[in-house]
Design a protein around this ligand. Structure first.
Ligand code: SAM
Length: 189
C-alpha cells in the first residue's frame, strides 16, 4: 500500500496503482534510476510487461540491476532510445493493453545534468502516449520548474489544456516546496 502523501511521487504512484492491473502493459518513458520502472513492473506482475526508455545506456544498466534485485527483470523490455521513437517499436504499437505511461522529466540523478529531457521530444512522446494508451489508461508527468525545466513545463501545460474530449487532465502541485515537481495526471476515458 502506497502512503499517498509521504512523497509527491507517491501520490502519482497511488493513481497508477488504481488503474494498472496485473497482466497489463506499461511504458516508463524516462527510466533514470529505474525506481519507476520497477514500480510499474510490480503493478503489472509476471503476466504483464513494461517497456523502459532512456537515452543513456548507463541509466539502463543501473536500472536493470535494480530490477534484477527486485525480481522483476523478466517482465521489462529496455530500449536505449529516445521516448519520441516509441511509436516506431512494433511490439508497443501492436499492444492493446498499455494501461500506464509515466514521464519523470529532467536528468538522470547519477549522470550529467546537461543530458536532460527536451520540450520538443517530450511533446512528441506525449502525443504518441496519448494514442497508445488503452481506454481507461493513465498518463503521468512529473515536470519541474527549476533549472531548464520551466520552458518544458509551460509547453506541457499548453498541450494538456488543448487535449480534446476523451481525456481528463488533472494537475497537482506542492505549494510550499520550491523544487517539488508539478504532476500532471491524464486519464483517458
Ligand atoms: N523515472 C526515473 C526514476 O525513477 O529514477 C527518473 C528519470 S530522470 C529524472 C530523467 C531521465 O530521462 C534521465 O535518465 C534521462 O537520461 C532521460 N531522458 C532524457 N531525454 C530522454 C529521451 N528523449 N527519451 C528517453 N529518456 C530520456
Amino acid at each position: 500500500m502506497i502512503e499517498t502523501f509521504r512523497r509527491q511521487t507517491f501520490f502519482i504512484k497511488a493513481c497508477i496503482q488504481d488503474v494498472l492491473k496485473p497482466g497489463d502493459s506499461a511504458i516508463d518513458a524516462t527510466v533514470g534510476t529505474g525506481e519507476d520502472t520497477v514500480f510499474l513492473a510490480e503493478c503489472v506482475g509476471s503476466g504483464g510487461c513494461v517497456y523502459g526508455f532512456d537515452i543513456q545506456q548507463g541509466a539502463i544498466d543501473e536500472a536493470k540491476k535494480r530490477a534484477e534485485q527486485q525480481g522483476v527483470l523478466e517482465q521489462i523490455t529496455w530500449f536505449c532510445d529516445g521516448h519520441e521513437h516509441m511509436d516506431q517499436h512494433r511490439d508497443i504499437v501492436c499492444n492493446p493493453r498499455i494501461g500506464a505511461v509515466t514521464f519523470n522529466l529532467g536528468y538522470w540523478p547519477d549522470g550529467d545534468p546537461g543530458i536532460t529531457t527536451q520540450p520538443q521530444t517530450t511533446l512528441a512522446a506525449l502525443e504518441q502516449s496519448a494514442v497508445l494508451l488503452r481506454a481507461g489508461g493513465i498518463l503521468t508527468i512529473c515536470a519541474y520548474s527549476h533549472l531548464t525545466g520551466q520552458a518544458e513545463k509551460e509547453k506541457i501545460e499548453a498541450w494538456v489544456q488543448n487535449l480534446g474530449r476523451g481525456y481528463d487532465a488533472y494537475s497537482f502541485e506542492v505549494k510550499n516546496h520550491r523544487k517539488a515537481p508539478t504532476a500532471f495526471i491524464i486519464l483517458k476515458k
